[in-house]
Design a protein around this ligand. Structure first.
Ligand code: AMP
Ligand code: ZN
Length: 136
């Protein structure tokens, strides 16, 4: 993807604040951090989102998220950690190259993630289970 900024960053064509790099991934600091240490896992191969990424790459991204969360928690002294991965405009995705947000959390920080809990009705539960099972 010649016009994808995260392809260029992941592959080193554009410089970035890199915390980690291997054959398949680069981990960079987010330029608009939600909290101190907010970082992004970028695969070097281009996948737009969770629907496109290969299963092996998705699995490796989660293993790397665990490794980074452990290292960053020790390094930064955060008291919690969010792993966030957005897909589609409605879900807040703004860069259409798969990435995983690593968001260190601190007591009384200013990070706002969340939703207002609804109510799972019996009818909705049954419909969702039936429809999802058809697709698996
Ligand atoms: P998302 O909304 O999940 O697509 O996240 C995109 C993230 O990429 C945001 O947190 C941005 O702050 C971050 N971002 C966008 N451009 C850059 C860049 N050039 N370097 C580092 N982070 C970036
Ligand atoms: Zn890309």
């Amino acid at each position: 993807m010649s016009d994808c900024i995260f392809c260029k960053i992941a592959n080193g064509e554009i410089p970035s604040a890199t915390l980690y790099e291997d054959e398949k991934f680069r981990v960079i600091l987010d330029l608009g951090p939600a909290s101190k240490g907010h970082a992004l896992i970028l695969p070097k191969a281009h996948y737009a989102d969770i629907y496109e990424i290969e299963e092996d790459a998705a699995a490796s991204a989660m293993v790397l998220a665990k490794k980074m969360a452990s290292a960053m928690t020790k390094a930064l002294g955060c008291s919690g950690f969010n792993i966030v991965q957005n897909n589609g405009t409605s879900a807040g995705q703004t860069v259409f190259h798969f990435h995983v947000h690593l968001i260190p959390r601190y007591d009384n920080d200013q990070v706002r993630l969340g939703w207002t809990p609804g109510k799972l009705t019996d009818e909705m539960r049954d419909e969702i289970i039936t429809e999802v099972k058809k697709q698996l």
